[in-house]
Design a protein around this ligand. Sequence first.
Ligand code: URA
Length: 241
Amino acid sequence: MRWSQLLFSQGFGTRRVCAGLIDARAVRANGRVIDTDDDVPVVDGFAFEVDGRPWTYHARALVLLHKPAGYECSQKPRHHPGVLTLLPPPLRTRGVQSVGRLDEDTTGLLLLTDDGALIHRLTSPKHHVPKTYEVTCKHALQTKDVDRLLSGVVLDDDPAPVRAAAAELVTPTHLRLTLTEGKYHQVKRMLAAVGNRVEALHRSALGALTLDGLPQAGQWRFVGNAERAAALFSTAPARAA
Ligand code: URA
């Protein structure tokens, strides 16, 4: 692959803009300026700089974002800024989109990718990747409420009960809940079904991925191929359906 193709593939602009970056001596790799559009041997994780900013090559981008409250996950946000505004322009140009959605007021771990097949795989009902939520509840929960969440509650749009894969009371109003499905407003509706109300919601894990290394809301990082496979595809369903 030539340098201009590499830059184009990573979202640095049109082919003309990418060729212009090389002419303008804005690209560096391995400690030297790239000033000719030569072939470059690329592997995922290959490091380079554009305009002094470090970047890494990823044939397909998979990004882990610590979502702040006040951002919408939809492609066309209506009432609040979209989560894509938190990412640098090359990722937006590449067309990354969120893998599933978190509500505008939910914080925590959100995956985004430009890999349509991966979105399909991870959001398919057949793929039971566990998602863990830290739920702040309005009223103290009783053990019987936790037991109901584990044995199954009925939501308003489906007579089939939905069950938590795991539920643990950290404090009487802090519930750690793990789900393997992703129904609309599922956590809020499950808590409503046991007569409670969600005051704050934070997703702390997805498969084996956590927010370690991203302590501040708004921070993001790439997930490499090896990590992706280990974190998302070696996780057995936490509980049979
Ligand atoms: N369940 C909800 O109710 N909201 C979210 O954002 C995620 C899961």
